[in-house]
Design a protein around this ligand. Structure first.
Ligand SMILES: [Zn+2]
Ligand SMILES: [Zn+2]
Length: 318
């Protein structure tokens, strides 16, 4: 069948750009104090229905943000409004002070200026602490430098805003291992192979209630397997079993390159079985099926994994 959208720029051809996945849902068990919320389930494609990559683990009303894709500040509000009793206080501007970046691909960091500066306009009086691979310091400091005119006007102009809430401190993670801990949460980074990056981290969030793995983009490895063992929830990217079957922007030789960047659905299923994970949540899906089948990757994973599998929508709570 002729692709009716063939006349459009290739970025608009994929049906997922056009498809609203629906209202956010709650999968977290009632009464639990540790849960994860999908802030942005998208990737670089500019669908209006999914924000760029990002999420948060929330424990005892304290949020730990992961990645800052395009639209992250709106994605935070989207989740807060959808589940206001559960998280509107947790996601108040003054609580958005801890961010863990998986890697420095721009789709995972394009929202940084908004996450650093816009909550300050709306009441954040504390600096944001940003953890990530080597290079994150340069990124954060360059962004602040680039925004000097805004900061100076707000601090020294008629608003007389406080001189602290705009600040951001970058912490470069030299080695995988323990990155952060407080009374609610222990956060460990593990190495996660992804294209040509020397440093690409997945994060393991654990406390006495749950183990939550936010893997970000990438493929399987021994250290990833070790980190994911017995996890309650594994957030993973996913690409199709057979890239040749779908109309993907990864064309020609690029189709093979996709396999070293993103977790293939069948390999993900086998990995999750081996790691004894309970629930797999897909986001950043490379779903270019035509005609568009929103469940194609979920169904591929389910063929080889007996646990729960969910294709995330923005605002879903797990
Ligand atoms: Zn990436
Ligand atoms: Zn990405």
């Amino acid at each position: 069948m002729e692709n009716k959208n063939a006349q459009y720029s290739s970025v608009y051809r994929a049906r997922e750009i056009w498809t609203d996945p629906g209202q956010p849902r709650i999968f977290a068990p009632a009464g639990i104090n540790t849960f994860a919320v999908m802030l942005g389930s998208g990737k670089p494609e500019p669908t209006p229905h999914r924000y760029g990559p990002g999420g948060a683990v929330i424990a005892n009303q304290t949020p730990y943000l992961i990645d800052a894709g395009d639209g992250i500040w709106r994605a935070v509000a989207n989740a807060a409004i959808a589940h206001n009793e559960m998280m509107i206080n947790a996601l108040s501007p003054n609580n958005l002070t801890r961010l863990f970046i998986t890697h420095l691909h721009s789709d995972h960091a394009a929202g940084l200026p908004s996450l650093i500066l816009l909550p300050w306009i709306h009441g954040r009086t504390r600096p944001i602490e940003i953890y990530g691979p080597i290079g994150v310091k340069n990124l954060v400091e360059s962004l602040l430098e680039a925004d000097q005119a805004d900061i100076e006007e707000r601090v020294h102009g008629p608003e007389q805003k406080d001189d602290i809430g705009w600040r951001a401190t970058a912490h470069e993670i030299a080695q995988p291992g323990l990155v952060y801990s407080d009374e609610n949460m222990k956060i460990e980074a593990f190495h996660h192979p992804h294209g040509g990056f020397k440093q690409n981290f997945g994060y393991r969030f654990s406390n006495n209630e749950r183990i939550i793995i936010w893997a970000g983009d990438g493929i399987e490895s021994d250290s990833y397997l070790e980190a994911a063992r017995d996890a309650d929830i594994l957030f993973s990217d996913a690409s199709p079993v057979n890239n040749e079957l779908v109309d993907t922007p990864w064309r020609g030789d690029q189709k093979n390159i996709a396999k070293i960047f993103h977790m293939q659905s069948r390999r993900l299923a086998e990995f999750a079985s081996q790691a004894n994970v309970k629930t797999v949540v897909l986001h950043h899906e490379q779903n270019y099926s035509e005609p568009y089948d929103p469940d194609i990757l979920v169904n591929e994973v389910k063929q080889y994994f007996s646990g729960e599998v969910v294709s995330a929508r923005d605002g879903d709570v797990f």
